[in-house]
Every structure is written in C-alpha cells, then in structure tokens.
Design a protein around this ligand. Structure first.
Ligand SMILES: Cc1ncc(COP(=O)(O)O)c(C=O)c1O
Length: 436
C-alpha cells in the first residue's frame, strides 16, 4: 500500500493549490479520514467525538449503514441523468417536502448547495415583486455567491459590496447583545418592531423579500426570542413582503421541538430554503415555495446535478432514518441535557458568557469578562485546539469568532454529552489559564 500523506504534508499542499480564502480550523489542521456514527478518526487513527457534524451537515451520523446502502444501491443502478429526464427519487423527495411543510408551499426546486438555493429564492422573489430590494438581518449568513454574499450581514464573509441586490440590514434579535440595550421580555421585542421603521425609512416600500435564519448559524447560533418571528411576520404581511426562511442549518428535526425552525417559532414562510443536513453529507440543497413564487421564473431553468438520483436517494434514506429512529425527539432530550450541562460549566468558567440554542444546535459565547461582555476570540481558538487535543471536535462562529458552535449528529446520546462536558471542563480550565 502506498504511504498515506501526513497532515503537515497535506497542509503544505493545501496552501500551494487551494484558494487562500478557504480557511482551516486549528493552528495544526487535521484530516478526518474516517467516520463512524458520532465518531471521526484522523490520519493517525486518533478518535474524536464529533460535536460539529461537518458544519451541521452530517445530520444523522457518519457512515450510517441504512443510508449508505441506499446510496450504494443507487450508484450501481444509475448515477446521473439530469433534470431533462424524470427522476423518481427527486419527485418522491419533492412530494415528501410538500408533506412536511405548510399547504401553501408546494413547488420544489433542487440544487447542490445552500448558496444556490438562496440564490434561487432571491431570483423568484425579485422577479415576483419586480424589485431588487432585500431585507436581511445583521449577523446573517446566506452563502458565497455574488447575490448571497451581500444578503449576508457579516463583513468577514463579504469579499465585495457589488451586488445585484439593494440590501437593507435589519436589527438582529440578539438578546445577549441587544442592539437597543434592552432586556427580553420587557423590550416588547423592539428589534421586530424596528423592522417596520426600516421598511418605512430605508426602502421604496416594495422590497422583494425579507430573509432570515430561524437560528443564525455562521453568526454564532444567535437564537431569536419567542415572539420575534410572529411580530416580524405581521409586519411583512401588512406590507405584502414574502418571508424567505433560510433553514440550511436548522431543519430536519435538529431543533428538537419541530422538523423546521419556522415551526419552532409558529410562523409560515413563503419560501423555505434548505441544504446541508438533508442528505447526511451528500451535496443537495433546494427551496420550496408557493405556486405563485415558483411561477415567477418564466424562462427555462435547470440544474444539471440538482437533486440527481444519488443525492435524492440519499436524502430520502436520511429522512426515513430520522423518522424511524425518532431523532427529532432525541435532539429534544439530548439537547436539553447538553444545555443543562453547559449551564453548569458556565457557573464554573469565567469566559462562558452565554449558552443558547435549541435542541442539538447550541452556541456558547465566550467573553473576556461577564460584566463587559468583551468578545474573546482567542479563548474560542484555544478551546477549539485544546478540545481537539482531548478528542472532541466543536465548531465556532460569530461576528467576532468567539462563539462555540455545538451541533453533533442527531444520534448522539446523553453519555456522549457527558463525555464532551468532561473534555470541555478541562479544556476551559486550560484555555482560561493562558488567555492571550
Ligand atoms: C444559513 C446558511 N445559508 C446558506 C449557506 C450556504 O450554504 P452552502 O455552503 O451549502 O452553499 C450556509 C452555509 O453555511 C448557511 O449556514
């Protein structure tokens, strides 16, 4: 057998051949060479508990036989045909998505990524409303294409301000750092009420859409308070503005309380965008929209790979696995345990400012001081590396890069959480001992 390359050799070759904008975790990046259920293994065979799931994408678990067998069977039958031919699994997936969403959402378009899916949502809403104005939230992330870069409210991800869109950035429902300096619930959800002011003062009155994630992913798992989206939806309905709900990170039962994030907040969007975890790591994305919005594209439209037989088969197998194994309920129970245990850590560690999220999407915001709430990105970096050294993988995000993102595959157990907490406890002690 030829010798496998080491991580340091791969890092050198990565730097030589890949775009420098594609960043890596850790001072000493690793290759994850193999995965099994909630565990991954690096090039040296070291095992890690995976509490990030490839950025909330390995939704169920690594190498789940029921899902992989379905993919392999399809691979041997036919790999690709294009959307110019009938694809049974694609049609079945569209029907499945219709059954999972409100009645008014009944037309599906499948893509290969979340970026493309958001792009398509922006296309149908701008066409439908004959407007290029968009309202997006500060701290949001919606993708890396020319349109979605500027739909995103974070400077680190914005390589250009050129845009086909005119974007207005609304105040964020970020209770830990309330943009109005208020406290929930006495604030009366001022951030939602401010949306009407934004529409009246900054737009033509006819924006194409409002786009938001139920919980902001890249933004650091910022979790809007109860009542935020209902108030927002009332305002949008009054002005006739469609709501694009970007469920790229929040769908498929991850939040425990519901299949979708919008259900957790009790609202009905006009377009729902999804990707990441739908096929447990096989590339797929898409949107489901009302008939009216879907009919706004009057030219021809295709996606060569979007929802191809492999991706659609993987998605159906993954959705079946989630349903038959009650993984949404698991996310609710194990997610509640995870938050409890993290709150315990918060009492012991000075750098844990906030613990938030729903189900198995939990953010831990790190600060230099709980009073001043000064962001501590260096502690977040140290925690990531120290946790890796001890066999645990977690993610990070946030405008200041100071929020840990915990989003394990949905099959994790309370025992896995307890093992992760032991590691995090030691990790925080180490990281806090040597702040930069
Ligand atoms: C909420 C959200 N929307 C869209 C995207 C873009 O998806 P992709 O990276 O598949 O293009 C992401 C990616 O992280 C995301 O988190």
């Amino acid at each position: 057998m030829p010798e496998e390359p080491t991580a340091s050799e791969l890092l050198r070759r990565h730097r030589e051949s890949l775009f420098p904008s594609v960043s890596l975790f850790y001072d000493e990046p690793i290759e994850l060479r193999r995965g099994e259920r909630q565990f991954v293994y690096d090039g040296d065979g070291r095992q890690y508990l995976d509490f990030f799931g490839g950025i909330v994408t390995v939704s169920t678990g690594h190498a789940v036989p029921e899902i992989n067998d379905a993919i392999k069977e399809q691979l041997d039958r036919i790999t690709h045909t294009s959307t110019l031919f009938l694809i049974r699994s694609q049609i079945e997936l569209a029907e499945r998505l219709r059954a999972m969403t409100p009645d008014k959402l009944n037309k599906v378009f499948l893509t290969n990524s979340g970026t493309e899916a958001n792009d398509a949502a922006l296309l149908v809403t701008t066409l439908n409303r004959n407007s290029n104005e968009l309202i997006a939230l500060r701290h949001s992330y919606h993708g890396r294409s020319f349109a979605t870069i500027n739909a995103s409210g974070q400077r680190h991800w914005r390589s250009t301000t050129l845009s086909p869109l005119q974007v207005h950035y609304a105040r964020n429902p970020y209770c830990y750092r309330c943009p109005f300096g208020l406290e929930y619930p006495s604030c009366d959800v001022a951030c939602a009420i401010d949306l009407e002011d934004l529409i009246r003062t900054s737009t033509s009155g006819n924006p194409a859409a409002f786009i938001a994630e139920p919980i902001q992913g890249v933004g650091g798992f910022i979790t809007p308070p109860e009542g935020y989206f209902t108030r927002v939806k009332e305002i949008l309905d009054k002005w006739g503005i469609p709501f694009i709900c970007d469920e790229v990170q929040t769908a498929w039962g991850r939040l425990g309380v519901a299949d979708w994030g919008f259900q957790a907040y009790g609202v009905e969007p006009d377009v729902v965008v999804f990707a990441k975890g739908l096929a447990n790591g096989i590339p797929i994305g898409g949107l489901i929209a009302t008939d009216e919005l879907a009919s706004s594209i009057r030219s021809l439209s295709l996606s060569t790979f979007g929802g191809n037989p492999i991706a659609s088969t993987a998605a159906l197998a993954n959705l079946n696995y989630i349903a038959t194994n009650n993984l949404r309920e698991n996310a609710l129970v194990v997610g509640a345990h995870l938050k409890e245990r993290l709150w315990e850590l918060q009492e012991r560690h000075w750098s844990i400012g906030d613990v938030r999220g729903m189900g198995l999407m939990v953010g831990v915001e790190l600060v230099r001081d709980k009073e001043t709430k000064e962001p501590a990105p260096d502690i977040a970096n140290a925690v990531l590396s120290e946790a890796k050294r001890r066999g645990l993988i977690v993610g990070k995000g946030g405008l200041d890069g100071n929020t840990l993102r915990i989003s394990p595959p949905l099959i994790v157990t309370n025992d896995d959480v307890d093992a992760a907490i032991v590691i995090l406890d030691e990790t925080f002690t180490a990281a806090e001992a040597n702040p930069a």
